[in-house]
Design a binder for this molecule. Sequence first.
Ligand SMILES: Cc1cc2nc3c(=O)[nH]c(=O)nc-3n(C[C@H](O)[C@H](O)[C@H](O)COP(=O)(O)O)c2cc1C
Length: 594
Amino acid sequence: MAAATTSPQASTATSPGAPPRLSLQRETIAADTTAIRSLDWDRSRFDIEFGLRNGTTYNSFLVRGERTALIDTSHLKFESTWLPLLREQIDPKAIDCLIVSHTEPDHSGLIGHLIDLNPEIEIVASKVAIQFLEDQVHRPFRSRAVKSGEQLDLGTNPDSGVQHRFEFLSAPNLHWPDTIFSFDHGTGILYTCDAFGLHYCSDDLFDVDPGAIAPDFRFYYECLMGPNARSVLQAMKRMDALPAIHTIAVGHGPLLRHHLGLWLDDYRSWSSERSTGETYAAVCYVSQYGFCDRLSQAIAHGIDKAGAQVQLVDLRATDAQELTALVGEASAVVVPTWPAQADADLQASIGTLLAALKPKQWVACYDAFGGNDQPIDTVAGQLRALGQKSAFEPLRIRQVPNTGDYQRCEEAGTDLGQLLTKAKTIAAIKALDGDLDKALGRLSGGLYVVTAHQGEGADARSGAMVASWVSQASFDPPGITVAVAKDRAIEALMQVGDRFVINILREDNHQELLRHFLRRFPPGADRFAGVSTLEGMAAGGPVLGDALAFLGCRVAQRLEGPDHWIIYAVVEQGNVSDTQAHTAVHHRKVGNHY
Ligand SMILES: Cc1cc2nc3c(=O)[nH]c(=O)nc-3n(C[C@H](O)[C@H](O)[C@H](O)COP(=O)(O)O)c2cc1C
């Protein structure tokens, strides 16, 4: 199917103070197969940067052959309802095995409870997942580690006559390092947990309305799977070797059945687009250590925003051969501080990583804030031992990371991404036909500074950018569009529902402001230092003291263009400081610059 072109729209809302709505759904989806979906209608955030518009679901599945398997559990918040519903289906003692697709707490939150109810249950998962679970559940349990190609035969259900034979596919990084997919040869259902999922809560069990869910499907891909595009293609290659897949039973959102080919085509084409070039950045992290995974995702997201390719690499779970290839072939390598007392396996991985570095690579590092890390300057020194260039200053994190730290990581990632895409960007600018370029340059606009501010105290984040691609776009309600380059730092603050301010600059007093806001700011810098602002004038961001007028706006829609987001916003408030003055106008000569 064609790529969805808009980001998700706001649809559900709870009145302030009301408890979040949680409910459960149980349905038969194939022979001897029951889906138990935990519906989390009001969840509004997931991971860094991931604003949810339509809640989410956590899906688990019960499959009965001669023996019975449960696939994943639920979020701990469903403890009081999910376990009783499971009990209505089956005595937990009669569940022979629990297949754990990966160990992220929204799917594994009730595993400990299940082990208490049935200490004999066998946990079937990847080797890494079993190691993670030992640290998570703090109880002894029986386990079986499985790899790609291994099988689990539940035998034939005596009523249906269907044999449920599972085949496992390893799918590292989708989106956790320990992920496995499970394919039931009896029903043709592939269980993929996070991969192919979407955060979308509705009563629809299946993908009956593709138009409604496509924007969320795309958004989810971009946030979680895009930075792992190479791993997506590897996993899809393994899927190609399976017999016909009838349904993809995802861990979040509706199950994919009616339009399966379209969703698979989307994943394949989006991932191929992101994996075609030779250059990519390897962003390393140590799973389950400090804040490494979230920080690495913020850096990866920033790199991705700049249109550069990125590969997340778990130093704990990637074997030496793969690590050497991933690091050696990368154009840039980003590394966290690692534990001063790393275990032997991790030490060996770090040795492999350092040995695989090449002199011409960009390198950078960030604090994992794990408690007892190697000093970041030591790590930075080791990374540059062969004369490598530093892509950004070491990201020092001195406390439990807050919103500002994640913003700094994302902006540093974008700076790195821009280094990798520089040549491509220059080539694209030069490629414009001369006459067309001049003609396009006759389009003119005003001069504005877009500002945005969100959160308070440690969670505060803000941004600003000079803009001239601003235009009124509706009378009723009053609305405007602004084209925001995909790699702009402020783009993260202009999601649907977010507020921002357009400061309209004066013809007779704009040079100073332009000079200030067009400087290159280091990641996370306060862009308003030294600028006069009027606090409390507008809801979404600072109003500049020297602006001629301001417009307080709320983002209603985002249309995805090739290199810019076209952001349509409703104007909620506005004021003019001097009715006699004129707006600064920007005349250009060519269309390949602003
Ligand atoms: C005259 C002028 C107009 C601009 N208009 C836009 C615009 O409409 N949209 C945009 O994304 N960037 C625009 N830019 C570029 C950004 O203002 C500038 O590069 C940005 O603030 C720096 O990027 P960063 O905030 O991501 O670090 C313009 C730049 C100039 C000089």
